[in-house]
Write a protein that binds this ligand. Sequence first.
Ligand code: IPE
Ligand code: IPE
Ligand code: MG
Ligand code: MG
Ligand code: MG
Length: 287
Amino acid sequence: MKALLDKINLELERRTDEIDAPKRIKESVKYSLLAGGKRLRPVMLLKSAGMMGGGGETAMAFACALEMIHTYSLIHDDLPVMDNDELRRGKPTNHVLFGEALALLAGDALLNLAYETILNALMHDPSAQAISAAAVIARAAGMNGMIGGQVLDVDGAQEQDEALALKEMHLKKTGALFEAAVLAGAILAGAKEEEIALLREYAHNFGMVFQITDDILDVTGDVKVLGKSIGKDEAANKVTYVSVYGLERARELAIEHVHKANDCLDKLQADSSYFKQLIQGLIDRDR
Ligand code: IPE
Ligand code: IPE
Ligand code: MG
Ligand code: MG
Ligand code: MG
């Protein structure tokens, strides 16, 4: 696992080192991208490809692209116009250090670099599978995926049914990139339709568990371990699993999603033990 993380980190570093850009934007981009996140999305893309019998350079490029998109979403999420956060990945947020204009541009630059990375990979591997995986990532990052979820988050619950609205928001703002990770990896490896459908269902449940535990950690977390500030959701009057269901019920719901996710994995032929462990580990995560 450590070897895989090191590899991803080195790849991200190499891909940003080689860019010829004004010093400040390069610094700002590298600051957030190389700040030491958990790298869950790239790891999941590569593990999904591996599980379904694939991998290789295209998968690594797409994994890096996904982490770039995720990091851009964090930089923008932390901006004063959104969550106004000052701590991320255990360090001051991008805008605190570089100013809002640079933070905005660093996010834009990372999103752009992600697609440049994907397109460069497609030039070497223009297979139908690679093109399809690229489209999955683009769709997940957009308005019907992560960005759409962020809109639901900043607008607050508008729907009558608060529970349903909350689930939709979590599936989009957080679930979409996890879904892209698992599906892009599987598609690159040539997974079949039935396998893709099961993995999609797994990823939905994974996204739910991840964001429910994120909501819980905003209440119960330790700033030093978590690397981001706590108590912000309540202070900002955010609709979260904790605000709607309370801590205990939120935890139960997370566990229900773990069971649903495992049911999907059980129907796969491939050895999915890594993904079972990964989702189980979310329940007691502290970061
Ligand atoms: C944080 O994601 C944003 C959410 C979707 C809740 P992570 O918890 O994966 O953040 P890093 O990448 O490890 O910093
Ligand atoms: C963030 O959700 C989701 C995205 C960045 C897309 P949160 O706002 O809850 O994430 P944290 O808690 O700031 O990491
Ligand atoms: Mg947010
Ligand atoms: Mg936030
Ligand atoms: Mg949060």
